[in-house]
Design a protein around this ligand. Structure first.
Ligand code: HEC
Length: 170
């Protein structure tokens, strides 16, 4: 199923006038830059397709799945389904781990915000999301996000893509 979501390069070129490989490369380069120097992900260049192509390929998804199983499933659920009642605070006032499968608000955030949250932990150290800096490489963080995004239905991915585009143009 996952591979069928990835459009063939030829089709992407026809629809968006740009090689899919170029789009993918730009996302990865920008994500790496964003993680390294903590700047926003500015340079993703693409139009506003109705059904954007997934930026990742199957190999990233497969690598990301292993990272996720080893480091994330314990809190976020085996397929990103935890915690169903994610809006309710814990007794100590913190929020529980939200679902990452597209049912909560993860898709409201551009890629670099998500990547930085994984690398540096909850913003301001307020929450209980641990920082993975030193435990995961930037590539592993990018791959784990590819796996997380592979769980999102097309409608959610499309809405995320629009948010991503806007953040890249600022
Ligand atoms: C110890 C439990 C724990 C582990 C392990 C953990 N997380 Fe989290 N995560 C949280 C909590 C709690 C939050 C909610 C934010 C906060 O308050 O810290 C969160 C938030 C997030 C968010 C932001 C979600 C959103 O909707 O804004 C992302 C993305 C995320 N985690 C991804 C991951 C990934 C990927 C891993 C594995 C590399 C991981 N987390 C491992 C507890 C955890």
């Amino acid at each position: 199923m996952r591979t069928t979501r990835n459009m063939r390069t030829g089709e992407a070129v026809r629809r968006y006038g740009m090689a899919a490989k170029t789009i993918r490369l730009r996302i990865v380069v920008c994500a790496v830059t964003a993680l390294a120097v903590a700047t926003p992900l500015h340079a993703i260049a693409a139009e506003h397709p109705e059904r954007p192509e997934r930026w990742y390929g199957q190999s990233r998804v497969e690598s990301g799945e292993k990272v996720y199983a080893a480091h994330c499933a314990v809190c976020h659920g085996v397929r990103g389904e935890a915690t169903p009642d994610w809006r309710r605070r814990e007794p100590d006032g913190s929020f529980p781990p939200p679902p990452l499968n597209g049912s909560a608000h993860t898709w409201h955030h551009p890629f670099e915000v998500l990547a930085r949250q994984i690398k540096f932990g909850a913003p301001g150290g307020a929450g209980k999301m641990p920082p993975f800096q030193g435990r995961l490489t930037d590539e592993e963080i990018i791959n784990v996000l590819a796996w997380v995004q592979s769980l999102w239905p097309d409608e959610i991915y499309t809405q995320w893509w629009a948010i991503q585009q806007r953040s890249s143009q600022q």
